[in-house]
Structures are given as C-alpha cells and as structure tokens.
Ligand binder design. Structure first.
Ligand code: ATP
Ligand code: LTN
Length: 333
C-alpha cells in the first residue's frame, strides 16, 4: 500500500448470481476508486451464511464472484482482493466489537427487520450481529471511505458509532469511515414489477438480468419487460415506472441523458426502444461475462490470486488486530 493515500473498502455477499442492479449500483463503481485510493475489496462469505446456503453453491458463487470482480476491472495486483473467511481476523474483531455494540442499536437495523420477515424460520444470532462483522471488515483496514448502495448507509453509520465509542475508551485505534453513496439513482428496478428493486432473490427470473445471462436471454427478458399502454418514451417514474426504469438502464449503459433518449425514440414504438435497451445492456455486460468465463477456465490462477490476496489482507489487518488486543487487555501470545 502506498503511504498517504486514503483507503477504500467495500464488500459483496456471494449469496447468488449477481444482477444488472448489483453491477450498476455497486461493482461498476469499485474499479474507479483505484486511482485515488488504496482499494480493498472482499467477497463476504461469512455474511452470506446468515441465510442458509447450499455448501456447493456457496463455493461456486464465492469463486465466480471473485472472478467477476476482476472481470469488472479490479486489478488484483494493484488492489487487495480477497475472500473474507480466509482472514480469521474478521471473525476475531467482530467478537470484540460485539462487546462494544448495544442490543438496542442492532435491534433498530432495517435490514435485520426485513430479513427477519423474509426468513422467519431462521432468525439466527448471526443475522442480528451481521453489522458488527461488517464493522470489523471496515475497521480492520482503517478504511476512510466505503462505497455502498443507499441500503447500506445505516450499517456504515453504526460502524462509525462503534469506532467512535471504542476510540473514546482506548484512544485513536480506528479510522472513522464515511459511506460513499452514488448521487444519481443507483437503483435498478424489477423488469416485471418496476415498483420493486431488481433483486437476485426474486422467484421470477424475467424480473432480473444476470451479469452472466447470454445475449439472447437478455434480449428476451427486455422484450417481456412491463411497460404501459401509452407508447411514449418519456421519463416519469411515478406514472410510467416500467418505461422510466428502462430509460435509467439505457442511460446507465450508454451515458445518454433522458432528454437525448426521449428524442431518439420520439414517435417510435416500445418494441424498437426495448431492442435498443437490450442491445446496449448486452454490450455493457459482454466484457464482464466474457472475462469471467475466461478467468473461470483457469481455477489454478484464481486459487493463486485468492491466496496472495488473503496474505496481503492478513498483513494489513494484523496491524489493527494487534493494537486492539493490547488495548482491551489480552495477554501477548
Ligand atoms: P438480495 O436480492 O439477496 O437481497 P441484492 O441483490 O440486494 O441481494 P446485495 O448483495 O445485498 O444484493 O448487494 C450488493 C450491492 O449491490 C449493494 O451495494 C447494493 O446496494 C447493490 N444493489 C443491489 N441491488 C441493487 C439494485 N437493484 N440497484 C442498484 N444497486 C443494487
Ligand atoms: N452488507 C453489505 C455487504 C458488506 C459490506 C461490508 C459492504 C459486508 N461487509 C463492508 C461494505 C463494507 C451488503 O449486503 N451489500
């Protein structure tokens, strides 16, 4: 790591196949931090098991997500890219932070309330303490910024509160991080129910585009996307949520403004518009999909990168962990 540069940390769960929403809202932004920051990115498999996972699927998703992050432009030589469970300090610091986090604070977390409803048969303690493991991820690396979607703002705020509390007792141990949330709506909506966000855990596969979907599947899903009966390409998320979502996706894929898009499709039907959105999305995702397939063909190289990434992460995190052990009064090993 180059001394003096600020540190950016973020992470994603290998809890399924990633969608166009994950890509536009999160992954696409991560490589852009590589110029100005020292970047650390993590596949958080320990977070994923707060919801029951099939072990073989979890292994596959972790490996594929690791490859996809490289395919998106994260350079494993320049940044630290690693798998959370390879670095035991995450679970170790999470335990310490559990003892500096109040029950009431965790009980207020929106994600916990939502997941308790959607997984009512498995409201386990890990789901409840999920934010302290997330705080450990961030604080271990003394991160300055945490690029995440709006839905994670509350967790980063809690991480700040925990860091401030700990520093208040022991002196300046942790850097207090800031959330970095995209200004323009980083929220891609479902293609079937455009009032809901596009989510990889939906049961309707026509509602989402996966990063690994083939071009013909992408075109078919866009053709089936819900619109309205007005045959007018105009941005109005309230009255025309389906069309507006497709415009957002098209803008995100091409860089065009809403006005330019409106003019491009003036007097044309939705068929032509949907084809254009499909083609732009195919081109946007093509390099990620092709690079992922290429990387996945060489498991040996991925294993080597996972090992070196974890070694680098362990070296950085041991500095913080040793300081924490000393401060709280653990005997030297
Ligand atoms: P699930 O469907 O299981 O709830 P998810 O698709 O919401 O998962 P996460 O793993 O929770 O995905 O989120 C990974 C990152 O992707 C987060 O930073 C989140 O803000 C972002 N993200 C997820 N869905 C969208 C979306 N539809 N639009 C924009 N960003 C999204
Ligand atoms: N909770 C996040 C994933 C996550 C994370 C982190 C993000 C786990 N640890 C640390 C940023 C920093 C999510 O569900 N998107």
């Amino acid at each position: 790591m180059i001394k003096g540069k600020k540190i950016s940390f973020s992470a994603i769960q290998p809890s399924g196949n990633i969608t166009l929403g994950n890509y536009m809202g999160a992954l696409r932004r991560w490589p852009t931090f590589q110029g100005d920051y020292d970047c650390i990115y993590c596949v958080v498999d320990e977070h994923a098991i707060t919801v029951r996972q099939n072990p073989a699927d979890l292994r596959h998703h972790s490996l594929e997500l690791f490859a996809q992050l490289i395919a998106c432009g994260i350079d494993p030589e320049r940044s630290i890219l690693f798998i959370q469970s390879f670095v035991p300090a995450h679970a170790e610091l999470a335990w310490v932070l559990n003892c500096f986090t109040m029950f009431g604070e965790l009980n207020r977390m929106t994600q916990f309330k939502e997941k308790s409803l959607s997984h009512a048969d498995n409201i386990n303690a890990g789901l409840f303490t999920y934010p302290t493991l997330m705080a450990a991820d961030i604080l271990l690396y003394q991160a300055d910024v945490v690029p995440v979607g709006e839905d994670q703002r509350q967790h980063v705020e809690l991480c700040r509160d925990i860091a401030i509390r700990f520093n208040g007792v022991y002196g300046d141990v942790f850097t207090v991080p800031e959330a970095e949330i995209p200004k323009t709506a980083g929220r891609v909506m479902s293609l079937q129910e455009p009032e809901k966000k596009m989510s990889k855990s939906s049961d309707n596969e026509n509602s989402y585009i996966l990063v690994m979907d083939s071009p013909d599947v992408i075109m078919r899903k866009f053709k089936r996307a819900v619109t309205d009966s007005q045959a007018e390409v105009r941005y109005d998320p309230e009255q025309k949520p389906g069309v507006s979502n497709l415009m957002d996706i098209y803008a995100g894929a091409t860089g065009l403004s809403m006005e330019e898009i409106r003019r491009q499709f003036e007097g044309k039907g939705y068929g032509e518009f949907k084809t254009a959105v499909g083609e732009a999305t195919v081109e946007l995702l093509r390099p990620v999909r092709e690079n992922t397939l290429r990387l996945m063909a060489d498991k040996g190289e991925l294993e080597r990168l996972m090992k070196t990434g974890a070694e680098k992460a362990a070296a950085v995190s041991s500095y913080t962990m040793n300081k924490v052990r000393k401060k709280v009064g653990f005997l030297p090993r």
